[in-house]
Write a protein that binds this ligand. Structure first.
Ligand code: SF4
Ligand code: FES
Length: 316
């Protein structure tokens, strides 16, 4: 179906500009804190502290079609209206995980979210005048420009609705829609996210050394193949109410990476890996809320995997 071009969408962007470093120092912060103090700068908890700066909500109304992605809309704003708007992206089609953000409060990827799916009609709450009385003159003034079904059918003129954007929850914002995901990457790193094989070379059917590969059958591969699709986007972490609460939980993404190698028949460190996550901040932190499963862009049922890794650690 051909989509009309005379439609618009409004993006409400929660913006953030960090306070310049020099201003922090002028307020009394030590310029040497990071290097010399055990309490300065380097820890995860320091990284998680919400940075100070200016916060405000900015609204942009731009021409858009229902099939446009939210990333398309942001690029239009950046190129034609406001070059200062900051957001991160790379591949543009759900493969790199660099553009995770909160859309209408839900963590997801900007490049796979469409206007059709995420534009909401503005509130139809009655307008109230300066003295608190409801306006009665024009009862149609607050009706949405476009009925919701028209957005779905792509046959509309006027406003397609409003999309609210903010940086990924659970992580300190760096600027506008860019979150600092280093805490998650550091937690994944701590769990040795690479194959630790025994170094014994596999042999071929003839008993010869096969120096090029470790052999694995399809059933063994199936145990971790889906998990190896994780792109460390942080969407599951942003959705997890326990992770969003601070440092006390290693988070679903790190546990997915641990599980990926625990389930790999070639890896010889499964017991060590399970020991590493058998802590109060590891699997014990998971409350089985399963919010982590809802928007994984790689189709991983994160909550189910959490459940299985918890059971595996307890049963060993
Ligand atoms: S498990 Fe899914 S949502 Fe979580 S970091 Fe990996 S790809 Fe992103
Ligand atoms: S830009 Fe790569 S996943 Fe969205």
């Amino acid at each position: 179906m051909v989509e009309a071009n005379n439609t618009t969408v409004t993006l409400q962007v929660h913006r953030f500009t960090p306070r310049p470093e020099r201003a922090e120092r002028a307020r009394g912060g030590s310029p040497f804190a990071k290097k010399s103090s055990p309490f300065g700068g380097g820890s995860d908890s320091a990284a998680r502290r919400r940075p100070r700066g200016k916060q405000w909500v900015q609204e942009y109304t731009i021409p858009a079609r229902p099939s446009d992605t939210v990333l398309d809309c942001l690029l239009t704003i950046k190129r034609t209206i406001d070059p200062t708007l900051a957001f991160r992206y790379s591949c543009g089609h759900g493969m790199c995980g660099s553009d995770a953000a909160a859309i209408n409060g839900t963590p997801t990827l900007l490049c796979t979210a469409t206007v059709r799916d995420w534009a909401k009609q503005p509130s139809t709450a009655p307008e109230v005048d300066d003295e608190g009385f409801r306006r009665t003159g024009d009862e149609t003034a607050n009706e949405p420009d476009v009925p919701a079904e028209n957005v779905e059918n792509n046959i509309t003129e006027g406003s397609l609705g409003v999309i609210e954007l903010a940086s990924l929850p659970g992580f300190p914002p760096q600027r506008d829609l860019i979150a600092d995901i280093d805490p998650m990457l550091n937690q994944i790193r701590k769990l040795t996210p690479y194959l630790q094989a025994d170094g014994v070379l596999a042999t071929t059917a003839e008993g010869k050394m096969d120096v090029f590969e470790y052999l694995q059958n399809p059933e063994q591969l199936a145990k971790y193949e889906t998990l190896s699709n994780c792109i460390a986007c942080g969407v599951c972490e942003g959705a997890c109410p326990v992770y969003a609460g601070g440092d006390a939980f290693v988070g679903p993404a790190a546990l997915i990476w641990a599980s990926r190698f625990i389930n790999d028949s070639r890896d010889t460190k499964a017991m060590d890996r399970m020991d590493a996550i058998d802590t109060a901040d590891g699997v014990a932190g998971c409350q089985s809320v399963r919010a982590c499963s809802r928007h994984c862009p790689r189709g991983i049922d994160v909550g189910e995997e959490m459940w299985q890794i918890v059971a595996k650690v307890r049963e060993r």
